[in-house]
Design a protein around this ligand. Structure first.
Ligand code: NAD
Length: 251
């Protein structure tokens, strides 16, 4: 019960890794705020958790005024914010000649702007609670993927945001880390055909695609007191994918 009565705000808490994180933090005693623009999904997750221990909150994280209001609303309701899981994100694949300027504005507004706004407007409360942030970056922020130039760019930004914000926040006792998953079994990944999934598995030493729960448990570790001396770290949760130098898997 590492999070007994802690207030944990999880963006994208209605699906995938955000949902798994909500279940994990809740199981360890937290009150979770499920901040998602798909409010029905957030409500469904909340209904599956202990009564009065989850608050579905409709938000578009790319709207700075709405994000500020949300953080203020949460602090007004519960008196504090202990953990921000900055997880909402979208994927728009494509090469630079195919993907439009509108695509860039859309993906960067969620994956970069949203992460920054949530951190910025949660920070006054995190300073008071000596809380922490866990961002969901990606292995796609640690290196490049073919045909995903915008996505990789946004996740690279999250990776360096994690480092720079950790430097500034240490003096206030606020830790900032990220998880960097490889392909995970969520809605975001559901559209990959079997043949593509086989190629992903081939690049993962542990030879399988992880469940969302296997990322959520690492988010919980990074947010917990067990990780109290870890900050500024972008932790691959990738079954060994980034252990490779990139040459083909022959053996
Ligand atoms: P998902 O699509 O299953 O869930 C994402 C959730 O975020 C959804 O509930 C969606 O409604 C919400 N969301 C999207 N944009 C939002 C916005 N502007 N405001 C509020 N909520 C918004 O995806 P997932 O796979 O669970 O992804 C979670 C995070 O993990 C993302 O940041 C994603 O980039 C990252 N990630 C995913 C994978 C993967 O393979 N699935 C791998 C590495 C990193």
């Amino acid at each position: 019960m590492r999070f007994q009565d802690k207030i944990v705000v999880i963006t994208g808490g209605g699906n995938g890794m955000g949902k798994a994180a909500a279940e994990r933090f809740s199981s360890e005693g937290a009150i979770v705020v499920l901040a998602d623009w798909q409010i029905k999904d957030a409500e469904e997750v909340a209904a599956s958790l202990p009564k009065d221990r989850a608050w579905p909150y409709k938000i578009d994280v790319s709207d700075p005024d709405a994000v500020k209001k949300m953080m203020d609303d949460i602090a007004a309701k519960y008196g504090k914010i202990d953990v921000l899981v900055n997880n909402a994100g979208i994927l728009i694949p494509g090469k630079i000649m195919d993907a439009s300027v509108e695509d860039w504005k859309k993906i960067s507004s969620v994956n970069i702007d949203g992460v920054i706004y949530c951190a910025k407007f949660a920070m006054p409360y995190l300073i008071k609670s000596k809380g922490c942030i866990v961002n969901t970056a990606s292995v796609s922020g640690l290196g490049g993927d073919w045909g995903m130039v915008y996505y990789c760019t946004t996740k690279g930004a999250v990776v360096n945001f994690t480092r720079a914000l950790a430097l500034d926040s240490g003096v206030n006792g606020v830790r900032v880390n990220s998880v960097c998953p490889c392909l995970v079994k969520t809605k975001m990944a559901a559209n990959w055909p079997e043949s593509a999934q086989a190629q992903f598995k081939n690049r993962v030493s542990l030879g399988r695609i992880p469940e969302a729960e296997e990322i959520a448990s690492v988010m919980a570790f990074l947010a917990s007191d067990d990780a109290r001396f870890i900050t500024g770290v972008n932790l691959p949760v990738d079954g060994g994918a980034t252990a490779s130098d990139g040459q083909p898997h022959l053996g």
